[in-house]
Ligand binder design. Structure first.
Ligand code: HPA
Length: 249
């Protein structure tokens, strides 16, 4: 079985494993992936900003990344997204299960179906994040010392700048719980290809205007522990589910 973990800011590798770098050529460009030596037949780690964090969110080649996973035969994907917190119940260092999204990105290549050879398709986004993976993440989270906020609406801003307080107030009024820059189009592209995809947001700051100034959580032993817990939760979730369980398989 082929599975993948996608991570970005703050998570650049999987501690305790060895990673083998591979370049995958796709019709949309090259993707850099890492094969994780471990319990799975094929276990892929994808650092969406590149391993040295040198690709900003608005320039990530999301299509190449997702297409590469499909080419590698990956079906189940778990993603971690660093976010700012809008909802007061998800404080910095808190984790939230993403259940829906608001897309405020612009000028990104955001579909595989833009005419030409791939045709035009209007893929249903009613259920973007796989309910089976979500359920499993929620059930397993306490085993990894994670109080997973169960239902978060992810606002995808374009970045790379942070938001204004007025923008955050608008997102709050629209129902946004957390704001990040990488969730979309990654999740929607995964849906377009029929991958079984779920995402966990982890908060690294209060969004603009919630507190006086933006302060990012500092690197700390607690932060390192949380990152390790997320990866352990992801691996256990992937180990204890199967492709056939996916809601649209
Ligand atoms: N806004 C947008 N993206 C982010 C933030 C934020 O406050 N924090 C981490 N990613």
């Amino acid at each position: 079985m082929s599975v993948a973990i996608i991570a970005g800011t703050a998570i650049y590798d999987i501690p305790g494993t060895s990673l083998k770098e591979e370049i995958i050529e796709t019709p949309y460009g090259r993707a850099l992936v890492y094969r994780v030596q471990g319990d799975f037949e094929d276990f892929i780690f994808l650092a969406r900003h590149g391993i040295k964090h040198n690709t900003p969110p608005h320039k990530v080649n999301y299509r190449a990344n997702i297409k590469a996973l499909e080419i590698l035969g990956v079906k189940r994907v778990l993603a971690a997204n660093a976010v700012g917190s809008i909802n007061k119940d998800i404080p910095p260092l808190g984790l939230a299960l993403v259940t829906d999204f608001l897309d405020f990105t612009s000028n990104r290549e955001n579909t595989f179906f833009d005419g030409g050879e791939s045709g035009v398709k209007h893929v249903d986004m009613s259920i973007t994040y796989c309910p089976m993976l979500r359920k499993r993440l929620l059930a397993l989270a306490p085993n990894f010392d994670i109080a997973l906020y169960p239902k978060a609406i992810y606002v995808s801003a374009n970045g790379p700048r942070l938001e204004s307080p007025a923008e955050i107030r608008m997102y709050a009024q629209l129902g946004g719980d957390v704001v990040g820059m990488t969730g979309i189009p990654e999740a929607t592209l995964a849906r377009e290809l029929g991958l079984c995809y779920a995402a966990v947001a982890f908060s690294v700051n209060w969004a603009a205007g919630i507190k006086e100034t933006i302060r990012f959580v500092a690197d700390s032993a607690r932060f390192d522990q949380i990152k390790a817990n997320i990866l352990a939760l992801f691996i256990e979730t992937l180990k204890t589910t199967s492709d056939a369980d996916c809601y649209d398989s």
